[in-house]
Design a binder for this molecule. Structure first.
Ligand code: SF4
Ligand code: SF4
Length: 208
């Protein structure tokens, strides 16, 4: 268990709802859920989740901390916002799903090999190098994330897509060698560093 996970589990023992309210984006709206099931019925992929949104909210209130945070479910949210526009109680479902996923990542409890988490991390690492996404390197890092053999298969399967992106000017082979950065990459890095300090302070404060 990570230090943060140990500290948070100890501090909010038996009150997972309070923990969610303290650290998860829009977590304070979870208590408004009346279990009508509209979000679960509206979610285009919800039936494939181990725990659709309505169930996640019920589990939070029931104190099922480990089951929620170690779940794969919130990583499946595609941000379509169907649920938020239909929820009669104004629960910020989409944001809570992403907030729970982010919190699980900070705690180090995401299921191993969770693909959305892997792609998010690759996207972030790519973006952070130059302040912009290098589509070619991002595409390759996703194709090859499970090894060389799978990478070749993925690249072959998607070569038409890659060619079309190059024709449309959305991707250049030259990006593999260099790749340009935004004009003020140093300024961008400072902004991100500051934002990370604020986030770290928020979690450190919540754990005390
Ligand atoms: S639609 Fe809103 S109130 Fe109904 S179950 Fe989902 S979150 Fe709860
Ligand atoms: S925003 Fe996420 S949780 Fe809401 S309906 Fe879409 S996929 Fe489901």
């Amino acid at each position: 268990m990570s230090d943060l996970n140990t500290a948070m589990a100890a501090k909010y023992r038996a009150n997972f709802l309070k923990e969610v309210e303290a650290v998860v984006e829009e977590g304070e709206t979870v208590k408004m859920c009346m279990q009508c099931g509209v979000c679960a019925g509206s979610c285009p992929l919800g039936k494939h989740w181990a725990h659709p949104p309505q169930e996640i909210f019920m589990m939070i209130r029931a104190g099922k901390r480990d089951e929620v945070l170690k779940s794969d479910s919130m990583w499946m949210c595609t941000s379509c916002y169907n649920c938020i526009v239909r929820c009669p109680r104004g629960v910020q479902i989409t944001h809570v799903m992403h907030g729970l996923a982010y919190y699980a990542k900070r705690l180090g409890v995401v299921p191993e090999g969770q693909p959305t988490q892997q792609v998010s991390q690759l996207f972030w690492d790519n973006l952070m190098k130059g302040g912009r996404v290098n589509e070619l390197k991002l595409g390759l890092s996703i194709y090859f994330k499970d090894g060389f053999g799978d990478g070749i298969k993925n690249a072959m399967a998607n070569q038409k897509l890659g060619m079309n992106m190059m024709k449309a000017g959305r991707m250049s082979p030259m990006e593999f060698l260099s790749g340009h950065t935004i004009k003020d990459n140093a300024g961008f890095q400072k902004i991100i560093k500051k934002a990370q300090e604020i986030e770290d302070a928020k979690f450190d404060g919540a754990a005390k």
